[in-house]
Design a protein around this ligand. Structure first.
Ligand SMILES: Cc1ncc(COP(=O)(O)O)c(C=O)c1O
Length: 390
């Protein structure tokens, strides 16, 4: 027994929950940080007698600590950590059966679109893509076979916002589940389960880990039957997060609130800079008052995040900026402490058909920035000198 068991009060605030949930001092040493249990198996005391751990695909104490932490910070009942965000989305899809229909945000992450269209459509599942920011269009897309509404908000990269409470009500009216990919916002800015979502998906690769040094994913669930299935399928399919990555993400969530505060501030400042720049034709950032869903974003989110996109009108102009910046790194991914700049049409969304991309506004001139936590004046200087080259 330890003198200092971390006991979170039910009314503990978000930052405190991020730091402590899921973790107790290590039972064998008292280590304050949950160790990396880098083991594949556990020695049993006798036949059928063990400490609750038998084989590391099924249970791992580092992963269990992370899962407890993620369940708490997303206001869920339980969380399950996977080898990547795509493996997490795949686990949600494993709840479906042949013949089921899914409604998906049309501006969903390109890899999600690829998984649904190129892999899962082979298993007699059907997918309809709609602008889930439009709840009337979303309602029309339901069929008697619809079992899942899969939403990404803010969407990547054009930051469309879906009304989470409205989407949850629609799904439940039709006997379907609402799953939300909350990667872009992070639970610091938005907790979909509090708006009625049944499932939350994360690429922990992004804000939750936050340091661009791990690939992982998670599903957070609220319903008993979903918790039971996800636990089963995590072990049965086996796409688990390894102990070192679990440890990295657990370290990341401790600083999530202070990192997000800086991501919010830098995202807003860069969005304001490009909005006022003569070479930029269009800006997508929910924190700007002229974003079409600014009011909804203000109600549903606690900050507007570090992701923004803007249109420079042509591929050549985008190329000049992408190759003209020096502090911002030209790279895929997002949500890390360092600022990244990318070209969605040829990078993150290359797997989305060109016509579909254009209809969404993902033009050849579109540039996306994941604002990091550097000093904002350095970021502004870098962006301005890059724009001078356009
Ligand atoms: C919104 C969103 N969801 C899911 C994923 C997939 O996550 P991962 O790359 O960890 O598989 C990504 C990756 O960029 C993403 O941006």
């Amino acid at each position: 027994m330890y003198r200092w068991p971390v006991k979170l009060k039910p009314n503990a605030r978000f930052s405190t929950v991020c730091l402590h949930a899921g973790q107790v001092p290590d039972p064998s040493t008292g280590a304050i940080v949950t160790p990396i249990y880098q083991t594949s198996t556990y020695v049993q005391e006798g036949l059928g007698r063990h400490k609750g751990y038998e084989y590391a695909r099924t249970q791992n104490p580092t992963r269990a600590a992370l899962e407890g932490n993620l369940a708490a910070i997303e206001s869920g009942q339980a969380a399950f950590a996977f080898a990547s965000g795509m493996a997490a989305t795949g686990a949600v899809a494993s709840m479906l059966k042949a013949g089921d229909h899914v409604i998906v945000s049309d501006n969903v992450y390109g890899g999600t679109f690829r998984l649904f269209e190129r892999v899962l459509s082979r298993y007699q599942l059907t997918f309809t893509y709609v602008d889930t920011a439009d709840l009337v269009a979303t309602r029309r897309a339901f069929t008697p076979a619809t079992r899942l509404l899969f939403v990404e908000t803010p969407s990547n990269p054009i930051t469309r916002i879906t009304d989470l409470a409205g989407a949850a009500a629609l799904a439940h009216d039709h006997g379907a589940r609402l799953a939300v990919d909350n990667t872009f916002a992070s639970p610091c800015l938005q907790r979909p389960i509090e708006f009625g979502a049944d499932l939350v998906v994360h690429s922990t690769t992004k804000y939750l880990n936050g340091h661009s040094d791990s690939v992982g994913g998670a599903v957070i669930a609220t319903r008993d039957d979903d918790v039971e299935w996800l636990k089963f399928v995590q072990n049965a399919a086996g796409a688990i997060l390894g102990p070192f990555d679990a440890w990295l993400v657990l370290r990341g969530t401790k600083t999530l609130p202070i990192r997000m505060a800086q991501h919010n501030a830098n995202g807003m400042a860069l969005a304001e800079l490009v909005a006022a720049h003569p070479k930029v034709s269009r800006v997508y950032y929910p924190g700007l008052p002229d974003h079409p869903q600014h009011a909804l974003a203000s109600r549903q989110m606690k900050g507007f995040g570090g992701m923004l996109a803007f249109d420079l009108g042509s591929l050549e102009s985008a190329r000049r900026l992408l190759e003209g910046v020096s502090l911002m790194a030209l790279a895929e991914s997002l949500g890390g402490v360092e600022t990244l700049i990318s070209h969605p049409a040829s990078m993150t969304h290359a797997s989305v058909p060109a016509a579909h991309r254009t209809a969404l506004g993902i033009t050849d001139g579109l540039v996306r920035i994941s604002a990091g936590i550097e000093d904002i004046d350095d970021l502004k200087e870098d962006l301005l000198q890059g724009l001078d080259k356009v």
